[in-house]
Design a protein around this ligand. Sequence first.
Ligand SMILES: *Cc1c(COP(=O)(O)O)cnc(C)c1O
Length: 495
Amino acid sequence: MIYLDHAATTPVDPRVAAAMRAVLEDPLAFANPSSMHAAGRAAAARIETARAQVAALVGAPPDDLIFTSGATESDNLAILGVARGRADFGRHIVTARTEHKAVLDACKRLVKEGYVVTFLEPAVDGRIDPMNLRAALRPDTQLVSIMHANNETGVVQDVAALAAVCRAHEVFLHVDAAQSAGKIPLDVCAAGLDLVSLSAHKMYGPKGIGALYVAPRVRPWLVPLAFGGGQERGLRPGTLATHQIVGFGAAAAIAACELDQDADRVRTLVQRFRAALGSLADLRWNDHPTARLPGVVSLSIADVEGESLLAALPELAVSSGAACDASRGEPSYVLRAAGVPAELAQSTLRIAFGRGNTPADAERAAELITAAVARLRACYARRMTTGDWHSGAAGSQRSGTHVICQLRADHAGRVAQVHFAAYGCPAVMAALDLLEQRWPGLPLGGDGALPAALGTPVEWAQAVAAPVEKLGRFLVVEDAMRLATLSAVDAARGT
Ligand SMILES: *Cc1c(COP(=O)(O)O)cnc(C)c1O
């Protein structure tokens, strides 16, 4: 398997694992870092070293960084914490439609609590125009939350420009930097950011640990989400996880040291990948030409269904650009906002190269994608054109299922041959294979009704173990079959 999903998570760097192992195996490092005895102080010292390492990566004073369980918690603490802490001054928050779920869902929670949230639309290049941000600010706005680099497209925002707008209006700016930290330069002080979320597992560190940078001017206004032993200035109480934090520190130190070299390497891989895909027609690249993460590309491919494309690439660990929305069957808003049509948005691949990838990986991935796309497109495009074929079509690419049923009848009024040309998910495609075998030999129904022996859409869905939400797609199949049957019956009557 070729792992090209480094925007979802990264493997733990062996040097990070070694640092964590050293903590776990040291007979004294287990002590509670809050304890006053020598062992506790030694654990606390390891934590402070790690804090300095993470802080150095993003240009923050170590004292302004608190450890959390990851960027999700950091986003929630920043947004809920400031919104609640500043509630007496106003209850308006500004964010973007293209933010990570951790930000969007925290904002939705605030709407339930009576806050008003403005969701900015990015421009077609994926970026938030500082002028649009300024126009969205109101006298009661307390917080703006805009991510640094987008997790689906890799598009990078000009956070310093956005911070300048916020500063001029005395509004705090929170930036989710989970995707960008360690990948591109970030200096939270120079950029004038107020709150910044970080995650270790996006930068070759362990899962379950992250940080929130809290500028001193924000600290008095941040209300914690949990209450307890007072650790992390009381903003994030709970016994600190020494080994996780040491791993995060090691990952940050390596990222800081190797940032340029890592970026150059993955940039070269992206170039190779793009060049190798050059022969594939009807591709759309969704990433920004310049303001982008070096290792991430997003491409939408016309005339192939997204789920089927992923299923046709078992050797590649990649994401559909719409991973978070896939379960809901909605095309990714991030891509829709960037002007990608719905039917294209749902056939999108996000390829994120990382430290372990080689040029051979980039070329092999392009080769596999080219072959899979050719296969799926050929199946969709195969139209039976000789005289006695009848066809019926139903659905649309936009809805995720487009089926063209083509059949030939014999002189006795039975179905002789069936072929489906289809754009659909793997479950629908499997059902079509089944029907191509079941249908020949059965009689054509006079009024377009399908013979009972063929089963029902519910049975087809069950036969291919499709979840019940997908039933609608099997009804599309039935519609196409009925229309083809009617066309064949009409032709038989006409002769
Ligand atoms: C991965 C990610 C998160 C969530 O981070 P966790 O540490 O897994 O909670 C939040 N925001 C963005 C942009 C991310 O890419």
